[in-house]
Design a protein around this ligand. Structure first.
Ligand code: G16
Ligand code: MG
Length: 218
């Protein structure tokens, strides 16, 4: 019996993943690290500092910078990202998401946000979706990021629900891994190969409806 939904933000509610990618790609170019589709996919859902480490490792440069220099590089990426999201409006909500959230509310499901992004509340505000998410996991409170289950475990806790009664929604492989490890039902949005471990998967957000989820879980 499903009672709550725990949502990822970037790539599920809105396409900020494009802006994250753009900002990291720009930094990788500057650091002379070769960009690849594999790196791009691998960064999704990963925290800011873990993402930087992943990029540096891809270029065998993880030992070339001090901690303070790494913080400065991550801050530079974030400044570019914050500049992009400041231009967002409700038009940036992905197809079907608003209707889906309304449907969840109307049917008494509880809703929480489990985004690794420290900019999550700002994005929700610009999308005018803040009211839909009374419970937001604070990414700064986490000891480990996705794929660790902690963020999804905390999402269920915030809702006061047992994990088995929660559905987690994700576009990233690391996020699906986190949901599964938290013992929640995983719904993946996107590529079938990338999201092969999702319990239920849709190609895009428009296909994610309560009826389609119920059908897939029956
Ligand atoms: C998101 C993105 C990641 C990003 C992370 C941290 O996670 O998918 O690419 O690195 O947040 O974001 P910030 O640097 O804004 O704190 P999610 O969990 O919303 O997909
Ligand atoms: Mg995501």
């Amino acid at each position: 019996q499903i009672k709550g939904f725990v949502f990822d933000l970037d790539g599920v509610i809105t396409d900020t993943s494009l802006y994250h990618t753009k900002a990291w790609h720009q930094l990788a170019d500057k650091l002379d690290v070769t960009w690849s589709k594999e790196l791009e996919d691998g960064l999704k859902g990963i925290s800011r500092m873990d993402s930087l480490e992943m990029i540096l490792k891809a270029g065998h440069k993880e030992n070339d910078y001090t901690h303070d220099e790494k913080v400065a590089l991550a801050t530079e990426k974030n400044t570019n990202y914050v500049n992009e999201i400041s231009k967002m409006t409700p038009e940036n909500i992905l197809p079907g998401i608003k209707a889906f959230l309304d449907d969840l509310r109307a049917n008494g499901y509880q809703i929480a946000l489990a985004s690794a992004s420290k900019n999550g509340p700002t994005v929700l505000k610009n999308l005018e979706l803040t009211d839909y998410f009374p419970k937001i996991v604070d990414p700064a409170s986490l000891s480990k990021g996705k794929p660790d289950p902690e963020i999804y475990t905390k999402g269920a806790e915030l809702l006061g629900l047992a994990p088995e009664t929660c559905i987690g929604v994700e576009d990233a492989a690391a996020g699906i891994e986190a949901i599964n490890a938290a013992n929640e039902v995983s719904v993946g949005i996107g590529d079938a190969t990338l999201l092969k471990d999702a319990d239920v998967r849709f190609d895009n957000t428009a296909e994610m409806t309560l009826a389609n989820i119920k059908k897939a879980m029956a």
